[in-house]
Design a protein around this ligand. Structure first.
Ligand code: 2HA
Ligand code: ZN
Length: 294
């Protein structure tokens, strides 16, 4: 089968297009990878160039030895994934040591995988082990609401998780484990990959301060939906802050009730937050106090 006719290719391209339409991929921003199933590989392997040169990944991912991935290209645009697939993304194979990769399809005319290849592969390695192989999609994008919040909230897992949970009732159902935050770091290398992979041990969503977000999931829909939910929640929080802060919110007891009915285990560190300590509550108090003194 031609690579472009495979179901997994169509889904990969559709997700890239959906992200582009959301405005999360200015210029060459963001990157997407998908760990192929054995059936995916078997269905398109006749197209693979097995003479391609092996190149260093820049980190070691022995847990991904001999795996194949769809991956977007460095300097290539999400905007062009549907218009010009063979230049915009490709299929790579990881060697038996987990140290090298080769491009077996696509990324034509000297294309290379995303500069965030180390983070993608280290996150895949963590999630493959942790989910018994269920997670296959790693997605990085630059959603404006999420990025804006990293200028306003303390850069902690607790602040981001609790504030974003409070903005829409279904948030704790969609990301019950919470969200990790990596402070500002130089992108594109092993150091930020190591910090992100550490956070991926606990979360399916990791925010990069002043940069964007990485999400992991079993399917394209689930992974896209996670970013979509988090960015919408971040947008609501920005509106609430701009409107003077919270006057009322979902309380710790409300979360406990929700967890019981929805059979969720919400980590205690995100519940055990003094309500008056929350950032937006502080803003509301300050606004109220200002009014009183007037
Ligand atoms: O430009 O988003 O983080 C691609 C990126 C790098
Ligand atoms: Zn980026």
């Amino acid at each position: 089968m031609r690579v472009l006719d495979a179901e997994c290719t169509k889904k990969f391209m559709q997700m890239a297009e959906d992200g582009w339409e959301q405005g999360w991929h200015e210029r060459n921003g963001g990157n997407l990878s998908y760990r192929m199933t054995m059936d995916d590989v078997a269905s398109v392997a006749e197209n693979f160039d097995l003479t391609a040169k092996w190149r260093p990944i820049g980190t070691s991912v022995p847990g991904l030895a001999r795996e194949h991935f769809f991956i977007t290209g460095t300097g290539r645009y999400f905007q062009n994934v549907v218009r010009d697939p063979e230049h915009s993304f490709g299929i790579i194979e990881v060697d038996e040591t987990g140290e090298n990769y080769r491009i077996v399809w696509g990324l034509l005319d000297g294309g290379r995988p995303t500069s965030e290849l180390p983070t993608h592969l280290m996150n895949h390695e963590v999630k493959k082990a942790q989910t018994n192989g269920a997670h296959r999609v790693i997605y990085h994008c630059h959603p404006a609401n999420v990025i804006a919040l990293t200028f306003v909230l303390p850069l902690t897992d607790e602040a981001f998780t609790r504030e974003l949970w409070e903005m829409m009732t279904e948030c704790p159902v969609i990301f019950p484990d919470g969200i990790g935050v990596v402070p500002w770091m130089v992108p594109g290398g092993r150091a930020i990959a190591v910090e992100s992979a550490k956070k991926m041990q606990s979360y399916n969503a990791v925010i990069w301060a002043m940069h964007g977000i990485f999400c992991s999931g079993a399917t394209f829909d689930e992974t896209f939906g996670l970013v979509h939910t988090i960015d919408k929640s971040a947008g609501i929080l920005l509106k609430v802050l701009a409107a003077g802060g919270k006057r009322q919110t979902i309380t710790t007891q409300d979360f406990r009730d929700l967890a019981k009915d929805f059979h969720l285990t919400l980590p205690e560190k995100f519940l055990d937050v003094k309500e008056e300590k929350s950032e937006t509550a502080k803003t509301a108090k300050t606004a109220k106090a200002a009014k009183v003194t007037k």
